[in-house]
Design a protein around this ligand. Structure first.
Ligand code: SAH
Ligand code: SF4
Ligand code: F3S
Length: 511
């Protein structure tokens, strides 16, 4: 056995230690969600670092070993996976697409709704046999679920096949956590309840060379009463404008065709940095000067959607005319108890302003049905608002209680069956509007960023228009990664079929 094997060798960890007292982990690092405390969290404690490096003693840890990361949840998690993949590769690990030959398996989890969590628990269960067959294999749980005490406890108690749990603020600690997992017999738990600092120079291995995620801020301070994210992701921390602009410039140089600026509440960008008079509108204007064909951003809370932002999107530029503007409900009482801080009327006023400034804008939204005690009449107001705005698409959900949030403590008189029926009724309307928004494209020419072959048919290529409409067409595989002109021949309910015309070097805005 060489030095490396001795250090990280499989033999270090063969029998699970069921007797271990885990309470020490919580004493030092973990606090359960506490709304009162979280709401008073300060503005000033965030530190900015660019001194991440792989310690000499960790180099080579991954030699001859493979890693596999399964990602659940939103774009934030997808991007965190790219960072963790970067760290793994810096440690010498190589990627694999299957758990079967992976030496480290990470589940990057989502806590937003109960069914998201259930999926993860069943996957951890599925991995039990693998751990029996290959005890050397390391199984890790990270992402938003790891930030919940109840989840950590459940894993400690019932899923001894897990070797390490770490939180969303501990990603840069992955080399140390892995080292400990290789050396220790007990489950390694490292979850910080204090939000992390902003670390600029973490390595990343991006998934693809066509579209890229760019974080502009972390965390959320909105505390919508149903939502777990302010607890799992911590307080709002914006990256410095110069860092973001440098990252986008670099992506443009590398030939990326589209970037998506990411944050839970991107309209609040910059507000947490004392003395910075610079918001998302300003950032978009600066990014507009960079030669990258398409810029998206997500997600916008209707609060803080100011005129500067509207003007930045309205200008003839590389910012796509698509605004995702989650409304959640069309009833004022429900919006109030959700803590959304706007009314039906002010939302509609904002929509009117956006539509006036950007006449061809595509609006999409998120909606929750079956909020505690939502009445039929209140639900119908949501449907009515949908008709009034005419959203082109929506992500719709049945309300799911999240432990530690205020809504989870509310008594609820709406039966589950009724909630599901409301979802179906809403989805019918969503489907009608999706189809209606696609019909006028028949016979039109559109610009499509070709992303690859269609999921259903290798012979067919697929990509998206600026307004995020999925287009399928046939052409040579050489056009993958390029913006192409396509003539639409058929509009389906959720996608378009078309005929390839030509590659365009620069998309000229005819949206
Ligand atoms: N920051 C984004 C939302 C992120 S979560 C925003 O505020 O727009 C994505 C969506 O999940 C939310 O818009 C909401 O519709 C839904 N969601 C969040 N918590 C939920 C819960 N407890 N039950 C059901 N849906 C929820
Ligand atoms: Fe959750 Fe509201 Fe923050 Fe969105 S804005 S992440 S829904 S708390
Ligand atoms: Fe899920 Fe966390 Fe995103 S809870 S939706 S992965 S921020």
């Amino acid at each position: 056995m060489n030095e490396e094997q001795r250090k990280y060798g499989a033999n270090a960890k063969t029998e699970p230690n069921l007797e271990k007292d885990y309470s020490k982990y919580f004493e030092h690092v973990y606090q359960p969600p506490n709304l009162k405390e979280a709401k008073t969290r300060g503005k000033s404690e965030v530190e900015y670092h660019d001194d991440f490096k792989i310690d000499e003693r960790h180099r080579g840890m991954g030699k001859g070993r493979k890693f596999y990361i399964r990602t659940y949840g939103c774009q934030m998690n997808e991007h965190d996976t790219e960072v963790m993949a970067g760290i793994f590769q810096a440690l010498g690990f190589t990627p694999t697409n299957t758990v079967d030959d992976a030496d480290v398996i990470l589940l990057n989890t989502c806590a937003i709704r109960e069914n998201a969590e259930n999926k993860v628990f069943s996957e951890i269960g599925n991995l039990k046999h693998l751990k029996q067959e290959r005890p050397d294999c390391i199984i890790g749980v990270c992402g938003c679920m790891s930030q919940e005490e109840s989840v950590v406890n459940k894993i400690l108690k019932s899923y001894q096949n897990v070797d390490m749990i770490f939180g969303t603020h501990n990603i840069h600690r992955l080399p140390d956590i892995l080292e400990e997992a290789y050396m220790s017999k007990a489950m390694v738990v490292e979850v910080w309840s204090k939000e992390g600092d902003v670390i600029e120079n973490l390595p990343k291995v991006r998934n693809g060379r066509i579209k890229a995620w760019v974080n502009i801020m972390y965390g959320c301070d909105k505390f919508c009463t149903y939502c777990i994210v302010p607890f799992t992701r911590g307080k709002e921390r914006s990256r410095m404008p110069a860092e973001i602009i440098a990252e986008v410039r670099d992506l443009a140089r590398q030939g990326y065709q589209e970037i998506c600026l990411l944050g839970q509440n991107v309209n609040a960008y910059g507000k947490d940095i004392d003395g910075l008079e610079y918001g998302l509108g300003d950032l978009l204007k600066d990014i507009n000067k960079i030669d990258i064909p398409r810029v998206r951003f997500t997600t916008s809370h209707p609060w803080d959607f100011d005129d500067r932002l509207i003007n930045a999107i309205a200008e003839d530029n590389n910012i796509v005319p698509h605004v995702h503007l989650p409304v959640q409900s069309g009833n004022n009482n429900v919006l109030k108890i959700m803590g959304r801080k706007y009314t039906r009327e002010s939302y509609l006023e904002l929509v009117r302003k956006i539509k006036t400034a950007i006449p061809d804008v595509a609006l999409t939204t998120d909606i929750i049905v079956g909020y505690p005690n939502e009445t039929e009449a209140q639900f119908l107001e949501t449907i009515d608002l949908y008709h009034e705005v005419g959203f082109e698409h929506a992500y719709t959900y049945v309300y799911s209680p999240r432990e530690g949030t205020p809504a989870a403590k509310m008594k609820d008189n709406v039966p589950e069956k009724e909630k599901k029926q409301r979802l179906q009724r809403l989805n019918k309307v969503v489907g009608e509007y999706a189809a209606k928004s696609l019909k006028p494209y028949e016979g039109q020419e559109v610009f499509v960023l070709c992303e690859g072959t269609s999921k259903r048919d290798d012979e067919v290529l697929a990509g998206y228009t600026e307004k995020n409409k999925l287009v399928n067409f046939k052409a040579s595989q050489d056009v993958i990664g390029k913006i192409v002109k396509v003539k639409i021949t058929e509009a389906k309910q959720y996608s378009l079929n078309g005929e390839f015309i030509e590659i365009v070097s620069k998309e000229k805005v005819a949206h």
